[in-house]
Design a protein around this ligand. Structure first.
Ligand code: SAM
Length: 253
């Protein structure tokens, strides 16, 4: 099998993920563009348009990293409604990624208005966040790195208010046989090479590809969200770029 990390024991996965993101933190944004040809930007824009946050929305952005989702969210509410009452709480497990996020917002009006806050924390255990406290929970390209995705989704359910919305943007299963062949070559051969070339780090990018392949497909993930107590419509997800990525949505009723 080419899934070299499949035998990694559970307790060391967090350490591995930690190393991966510390290694890539500085180059994270450039690498995203290089690997996806910029398409991750379109996916993230679409994700925020789909959320369509109203003024005053309290967002919890988990595995928020360098702040791509947080910034788009604040841009949306600022530009559409001239709103200064919406806010984002960005949580990430990795201090290096969190620092990249902090520096992105430093000096911004959002920071001055206290519309953005940061916490170091694990998506599987948000015990520092009270029950029923956020309108929207987002996790973008973060959940596949977590060891227990069921715990992550249950924590999301706990911290959301009644009527609150869980939104996940994640790599998913390609649903077209031709695209799937191309995608395999691209991800197993090219991505590790680009990682080596641009970041001198083949292994981290091999890990990223493998983590994508191991993540549950669209239907299975929708069921995990249902099992955590969310209402998920049918199918409850939207495929982006033939399922290279997908958006899952669940409501806390
Ligand atoms: N959401 C950002 C985006 O879309 O650009 C960052 C995505 S980045 C691929 C994945 C992030 O998940 C990293 O910043 C990593 O530190 C974080 N992460 C991994 N495991 C985590 C966990 N258990 N809890 C919280 N964050 C985690």
């Amino acid at each position: 099998t080419h899934f070299g990390f499949e035998t990694v024991p559970e307790q060391s996965k967090e350490k591995l993920v930690g190393n991966v993101f510390s290694n890539v933190a500085k180059k994270y944004d450039i690498m995203n563009d290089a690997m996806s040809g910029g398409i991750h930007r379109l996916w993230k824009d679409h994700f925020i348009r789909k959320m369509a946050p109203l003024p005053g929305t309290k967002l919890l952005d988990v595995a928020g990293g360098t702040g791509d989702i947080a910034e788009r969210f604040l841009n949306f509410t600022s530009q559409k409604y001239n709103d200064t009452s919406s806010s984002v709480h960005l949580v990430d497990i990795n201090p290096d990624m969190l620092n990249e996020g902090k520096s992105r917002f430093s000096g911004s009006s959002w920071e001055k208005n206290d519309q953005i806050n940061f916490s170091l924390g694990n998506a599987e255990d948000l015990s520092f966040i009270p029950d029923n406290s956020y309108d929207v929970y987002t996790i973008a390209f973060g959940i596949r790195n977590c060891t227990h995705i069921d715990r992550v989704v249950k924590e999301a359910h706990r911290v959301l208010k009644k009527g609150g919305c869980f939104m996940c943007l994640e790599f998913s299963k390609v649903n077209n046989p031709i695209i799937s062949e191309i995608y395999d070559i691209f991800s197993f051969k090219l991505i590790p090479e680009i990682g080596q070339l641009l970041a001198n780090d083949r292994e981290s990018y091999k890990y990223l590809v493998e983590s994508i392949r191991k993540f549950p497909d669209q239907e299975s993930f929708a069921n995990i969200i249902r099992e955590a107590g969310f209402f998920v419509s049918n199918p409850g997800y939207e495929n982006l770029s033939f399922g290279v990525a997908s958006i899952h949505i669940g409501y806390k009723l």
